[in-house]
Design a protein around this ligand. Structure first.
Ligand code: SF4
Length: 197
């Protein structure tokens, strides 16, 4: 059984799959403690309604969704293999958004969005499993940290810098930086501008 904060069918707003219709499953619990976190309501691990993989499949099957996003909170605080197994058995494309603070599930995931945080160092294996790297820029010193993270992600297909939504300077910093370092791409939180979940 999984503690679910919320679930909804929407458009992915961030990173490589931005604009893609996707069914989001937000699991409760995160102990990373990012100062700029925009999903603080999901930090507590207990006290949420809990649901089985069958329940979750039931929600998704009522939509045309083919792309599923496991997010949080930090979804890997939970044993995800039973849920991954059920979703993959139904042929869904499975994406996970993780800080990497906990070990990866044993089962393969189609797309790993790896967003390491300074506040709780990632488990090293995530650096080899990430399909995309996404670093949030809150302060100018984050650029140097982002480069150290990218250097550890040798096989990662795409590298994104995403502005802290609450820092009005961060977007301009990133645009200037990317023009000088063109292997990076900009990730916006598209859902915020579209006013969708
Ligand atoms: S890892 Fe994500 S959910 Fe956890 S505190 Fe940081 S931004 Fe918030």
């Amino acid at each position: 059984m999984y503690p679910i904060v919320e679930h909804f069918y929407t458009l992915q707003g961030e990173g490589y799959w931005a604009g893609t219709p996707a069914y989001f499953i937000r699991l409760g619990g995160c102990d990373v403690g990012c100062s700029w976190c925009d999903t603080r309501h999901s930090w507590k691990k207990e006290g949420w309604p809990t649901f089985s993989p069958t329940d979750i499949l039931g929600w998704i099957s009522q939509t045309p969704a083919t792309h599923i996003v496991l997010t949080g909170g930090e979804p890997t605080m939970h044993p995800l293999d039973p849920l991954i197994s059920e979703l993959k058995a139904r042929g869904y494309f499975l994406q996970i958004e993780t800080s990497g603070a906990y070990p990866p599930p044993d089962l393969p995931i189609d797309w790993v969005t790896f967003s390491p945080k300074r506040f709780k160092p990632p488990q090293p294996t995530w650096y080899h499993q990430a399909h995309e790297l996404k670093v949030v820029i809150h302060a100018k010193s984050d650029f140097a940290w982002a480069e150290t993270q990218r250097n550890r992600c040798k096989a990662t297909q795409a590298h994104f810098l995403q502005p802290d939504f609450y820092n009005p300077s961060a977007l301009q910093w990133i645009m200037d930086y990317i023009k000088l370092h063109p292997s990076w791409r900009l990730s916006m939180q598209l859902h915020r501008y579209l006013a969708i979940p």
